[in-house]
Design a protein around this ligand. Structure first.
Ligand code: APR
Length: 178
């Protein structure tokens, strides 16, 4: 009897790579943003620097309309990618790490929301940085576990997710999580 593996609509491929996410030519790259959507350091700074003023202009328009109080932690929104090779930047706000509260669900949610926004804009290849593991202080091994598990469990039309890691420890953490 021929068995047909029904596609559960999940991501079919997860790739890991070491590099600068602003050089990746996926349909969409995910920005590790903050609620202001007005830029920052890390990935956020790199994306705005390399993507150019169009991205900030689009973020300011979002602040003036849909997100007057900023984008809440765990949520995501798409803008143009400006001069980047990608078509869209999906700004996702990860939680700040703290030992006094378990915010794991918020970290999972921002990955799930980034995939939902990718589906909305029709992006089928999406590059993620290691959200919350830099300035927001999340231990990278735990963040990698949450990120990989969430991407694997989320029904989506996205066919390929690439985690683009900036240093060897982060890459090793994601390799272990896979
Ligand atoms: N490409 C890929 N990964 C990068 C890049 C880059 N160009 N630059 C930094 N990283 C990595 C960091 O090494 C870290 O592993 O991205 C991960 C996330 O780090 P941050 O960019 O600091 O993001 P996060 O920890 O989520 O903190 C978000 O930082 O930049 C500000 O405005 C941002 O307030 C927000 C906060």
């Amino acid at each position: 009897m021929m068995t047909r593996r029904a596609r559960i609509g999940g991501v079919t491929r997860i790739e890991l790579e070491l590099g600068d996410i602003t050089t990746v030519s996926a349909d969409a790259i995910v920005n590790a943003a903050n609620s202001s959507l007005l830029g920052g350091g890390g990935v956020d700074g790199a994306i705005h620097r390399r993507g150019g003023p169009e991205i900030l202009a689009a973020c300011k328009a979002l602040r003036a309309n849909d997100f007057r109080d900023g984008l809440p932690t765990g949520q995501a929104v798409a803008t143009t990618a400006g001069r980047l090779a990608a078509h869209w930047v999906i700004h996702a706000v990860g939680p700040v790490f703290t030992t006094t509260q378990d915010r794991s669900e918020l970290l999972a949610t921002c990955h799930r929301e980034a995939l939902r926004v990718a589906d909305e804009v029709g992006a089928t290849t999406v590059a993620f940085p290691a959200i919350s593991t830099g300035i927001f202080g999340w231990p990278v091994a735990d963040a990698a576990r949450i990120a990989v598990a969430t991407v694997r469990a989320t029904p989506t039309a996205v066919t390929e997710v690439r985690f683009v890691l900036f240093d060897a420890p982060a890459l090793a953490a994601f390799e272990s999580a896979l």
